[in-house]
Ligand binder design. Structure first.
Ligand SMILES: [Fe+2]
Length: 325
């Protein structure tokens, strides 16, 4: 027969065992969490990837065109690895460079950004702004974008970043300002009609100002925007554009292996938050536009991590359509 004292002793030992196990589990989880955060902040955030895609979008008989798509650098002057990686991209010898915005995140970032672009500025180029070119980043819960659309942030009033200086410098180098504007550029052997909108994420897009049937005589009709908002992309598609380029989503920035993008921070579906797709995604029209969404080069300084979603630039090689001509 077990005495009452022995039962009490066993109960106490069992309780302590459970406490010890729970503490070990918490220590293990905290260690794994810190390790993951360290990896996402120090390693993956600086682990730049060059994505390559072939896009069958040109008329038959035309030579391929190499388009370098950069986006969302969110540059602060101290990001030396990012600066040197951007500086290395000219070796790809693109025929055209497209920058879909959110280039800066600091008042002193314009000059380093332009210096990093360096010889890329001597190539034909196109740019639009993102909201973060206008407004300096503010401290916030870095996880809030996982459950809240950042366009719902309180209105910030007047822009406080040197977006106009940034734009003027790119324009002075010969790049086309496509913020609610249309234009025509020559790149490689091609005559390209370009139209773009300012950032729909903060309501600055004015598609009506550029609305018009895209010129069927051009070799390529290119639509450019920061946020890949489906309602805006519908209008580009209706006007006959061949290729749409956007950024903004950061590919979700924090992704789950096997699951992928959790949030897009705009109206596009998570499956098209990065990479090459069509718009609309389904349909029988073989001429509906191709869509490339860049996962971007950087992050907000207040959310300095990326997980299962490396920072990237993309080289799109445009080639003739299959069965065209
Ligand atoms: Fe961004």
């Amino acid at each position: 027969m077990i005495s009452a004292g022995r039962r009490v002793g066993e109960a106490v030992r069992e309780t302590w065992h459970h406490v010890w196990m729970r503490r070990q589990a918490l220590v293990g989880a905290a260690t794994a969490g810190l390790g993951l955060l360290g990896y996402a902040t120090v390693v993956e955030r600086n682990w730049f990837a060059l994505r390559r895609y072939e896009v069958p979008v040109l008329p038959s008989g035309t030579r391929p065109l190499r388009v370098l798509h950069i986006s969302d650098a969110h540059l602060t002057p101290g990001r030396h690895r990012l600066l040197s990686w951007i500086r290395s991209l000219d070796v790809l010898q693109p025929d055209l460079v497209v920058n879909t915005g959110d280039s800066i995140a600091h008042p002193d970032a314009v000059v380093p950004f332009l210096e990093a672009l360096g010889p890329l500025l001597d190539r034909p180029g196109v740019f639009v702004y993102g909201s973060n070119d206008l407004y300096s980043p503010t401290p916030k819960n870095p996880a809030r974008y996982l459950w809240r659309d950042s366009s719902l942030h309180p209105k910030r009033g007047f822009p406080d970043l040197p977006w106009a200086e940034l734009g003027a410098s790119m324009e002075a180098a010969g790049w086309l300002d496509a913020n609610n504007k249309r234009g025509r550029i020559k790149a490689g052997d091609l005559d390209i009609e370009v139209a773009g909108v300012h950032d729909s994420h903060i309501g600055r897009d004015r598609y009506d100002e550029i609305a018009r049937r895209a010129d069927p005589a051009a070799d390529l009709r290119l639509g450019v925007m920061h946020s890949p908002e489906p309602s805006v992309m519908d209008r580009f598609a209706d006007d006959g554009y061949d290729l749409l380029l956007a950024g903004h989503t950061h590919g979700g920035q924090v992704c789950l292996p096997g699951v992928g993008t959790l949030v897009t921070n705009c109206g596009i579906d998570p499956e098209r938050a990065r990479g090459l797709h069509r718009h609309p995604p389904e349909g029988s029209d073989p001429r509906r536009p191709w869509l490339h969404v860049s996962a971007g080069l950087g992050t907000s300084p207040w959310a300095p991590f990326r997980l299962a979603c490396r920072p990237e630039a993309s080289l799109l090689t445009l080639v003739p359509r299959e069965g065209d001509g």
